[in-house]
Design a protein around this ligand. Structure first.
Ligand code: ZN
Length: 277
């Protein structure tokens, strides 16, 4: 079975993880731009990091026959140094032109501050202007309040929900994502966020349409094989291969294909933009 991992930070993982993913059937990945664990001191660290996820990581993935794409953004955790965040926004544009940049993201709220909101709105506007999809994550704390406020902003800005992948959903936020009408991502973690069982419960409840599962693996406690582990749980529950492949391959492909930047064979048979809505 082919797997498209729609959210994983392999920048923070070793080469062994690329090999393990390839052995499990992962053929395509999206590496979202994220926070590096400590405050940045200069805009040059954004530029070098974006160059690395667009270049070096793509090569590391290619060594294991994995088709790698990426997203570009300034993370909400970087919003409170507003001067630097604005400098970084100005520096983003050449990276958003990259042929493998498939979305603006990941963006969203962290502590739900006014500075985070200004940065969120600025980056949503950039995505709308460039007609790029948006990868937005729910806050770690006060998930439901942050999620509701996030969707209000997207509605006010007239964003097409078909172009939004809202990630790290849990039992607390899935109904809000369904009401808004966007693509809903579920992050499966060994301990926090969702376990394979909890993700499968949500999928049984809400169905697999416009849903994706991901590992969001990074340098924290996480596991890059959480998509294959969740597939095993779904098979135990009687899900057939066709339904599972829609969830783990067709859905991420069809969402990111809206960037117009998926390369063959990843892009093969992607649902055309109008039909995806
Ligand atoms: Zn992430």
């Amino acid at each position: 079975m082919k797997i498209f991992e729609p959210h994983i930070h392999l920048y923070a993982r070793t080469t062994d993880d690329y090999e393990r993913l390839a052995l499990c059937g992962v053929r395509a990945v999206v590496e979202p731009s994220f926070w590096l664990g400590q405050p940045r001191s200069t805009v040059g660290t954004f530029v070098d990091y974006w160059a690395s996820i667009a270049g070096f990581e793509n090569q590391r993935a290619a060594n294991y026959m994995i088709d790698q794409y990426h997203t570009i953004s300034v993370n909400p955790r970087e919003a409170n140094d507003e001067g630097l965040a604005m400098e970084a926004l100005a520096a983003m544009h050449p990276f958003l032109d990259h042929e493998r940049c498939v979305a603006v993201g990941e963006i969203g709220y962290d502590d739900i501050t006014d500075a985070e909101e200004r940065l969120l709105i600025a980056q949503v506007a950039i995505a709308v202007e460039r007609k790029l999809p948006l990868l937005i994550h729910s806050p770690h704390r006060e998930k439901r309040r942050g999620t509701a406020r996030n969707f209000d902003i997207l509605r006010e800005m007239g964003v097409d929900p078909a172009l939004v992948l809202y990630d790290h959903n849990t039992e607390e936020t899935m109904d809000l994502a369904r009401d808004y009408g966007c693509w809903a991502g579920m992050t499966v973690y060994p301990f926090t966020k969702l376990t394979p069982e909890r993700a499968a419960n949500l999928l049984d409840l809400y169905g697999h349409e416009r849903c994706m599962i991901n590992s969001s693996a990074d340098w924290g406690v996480s596991d890059p094989l959480m998509v294959p582990r969740t597939i095993l749980e779904l098979r135990r529950r009687g899900w057939d291969d066709e339904r599972i492949e829609t969830l783990v391959w067709n859905n991420p492909r069809d969402f990111y294909a809206q960037s117009g930047r998926l390369q063959p064979p990843t892009a093969e048979a992607a649902v055309p933009l109008a039909a995806a809505r």
